[in-house]
Design a protein around this ligand. Structure first.
Ligand SMILES: [Fe+2]
Length: 294
């Protein structure tokens, strides 16, 4: 049976990564939610109460000692499923703290996903991810340790891809080999849905040339600053981490990555099967050579 969005978030909370400040209380609140629904025993709830001030302690140990580990809802989830659902829960909590256009649409799509399937099995290693994900997550860790921990926990299970809809000579060789994205939920995982949400990584100093697409797009950058513009040949605007960007359908946009790797939550809220296209501009050579100073 498919979980409701509320159950999905509570299940992710119940598996909040160990060690995060306040994570014991988050797990206890989720346990109370399942207890009220009759899905978790009083004995198991007591374990979560005991562990609530102990952020680094895995309640599973005490649950096992007391013989009530089998009472856990979703305990049978494989590690990958648990890690990805915990990441989606962390992403939803992060987005709840942002404001601006597109945030509500993205959260609505995430809620509609509920307990549906996460993406298929991960692929092989990815050179961009191997080289730059750690540095990006390290930078995030000081600002949002919960989200950083959730990304780290999910990282071994992610399926990183290269976006291959652009003609290579238009997008440029450097970007082609310097980016990766990992879809977490959306088209493919839920064939009936027209929605795609995941993580997007670009190597430091690279230029993602002007492009446009029919899909409305939210970028929630977890690192920064990076340069942006929303018309070909316009001057760049520097935006810090955690300032979301909402690209409406068909409007060109460009990202010049700063000295940190660009890591963001991305979401295409509809029209996900219509490809992006490059929009020509006259200053790409200059932008590819320039460096953003922090
Ligand atoms: Fe885009």
């Amino acid at each position: 049976m498919t979980a409701t969005p509320e159950e999905f978030r509570a299940a992710a909370d119940l598996h909040t990564p160990l060690g995060q400040p306040g994570s014991g209380r988050v797990r206890y609140a989720a346990a109370m939610y399942f207890h009220r629904k009759g899905c978790l025993s009083t004995e198991a709830l007591e374990v979560y109460r005991i562990c609530s001030p102990r952020d680094a302690e895995d309640p599973l140990q005490l649950l096992n000692q007391r013989g009530v580990a089998d009472d856990l809802p979703r305990q049978s989830l494989p590690d990958r499923d648990r890690a990805l659902r915990a990441l989606l829960g962390a992403i939803d909590r992060y987005l709840a703290g942002l404001s601006g256009p597109g945030v509500a649409e993205t959260r609505a799509g995430l809620a509609a996903f509920g307990g549906g399937p996460v993406r298929p099995e991960p692929g092989g290693t990815n050179a961009v991810v191997a080289a730059h994900l750690d540095a990006a997550v390290d930078a995030l860790c000081g600002q949002d340790p919960a989200l950083a921990a959730a990304i780290r926990a999910a990282a071994p299970h992610l399926n990183w891809m290269t976006y291959d809809s652009y003609p290579p000579d238009e997008i440029g060789a450097a970007f082609l080999i310097g980016h990766a994205y990992s879809s977490l939920i959306g088209e493919g995982a839920i064939p009936a849905d027209d929605f795609d949400l995941g993580l997007f990584l670009i190597a430091p100093d690279l230029l993602y040339r002007d492009h446009a697409h029919p899909a409305p797009e939210l970028y929630a950058p977890l690192t920064g600053p990076h340069g942006w513009r929303f018309a070909p040949d316009a001057p760049l605007v520097l935006k810090p981490a955690h300032e979301p960007v909402w690209n409406t359908p068909g409007v060109p946009h460009l990202t010049k990555v700063g000295p940190l790797p660009f890591l963001c939550i991305y979401c295409w809220t509809r029209d996900v099967n219509q490809p992006a296209r490059i929009v020509p501009a006259g200053d790409w050579d200059m932008l590819e050579r320039m460096r953003i100073e922090c």
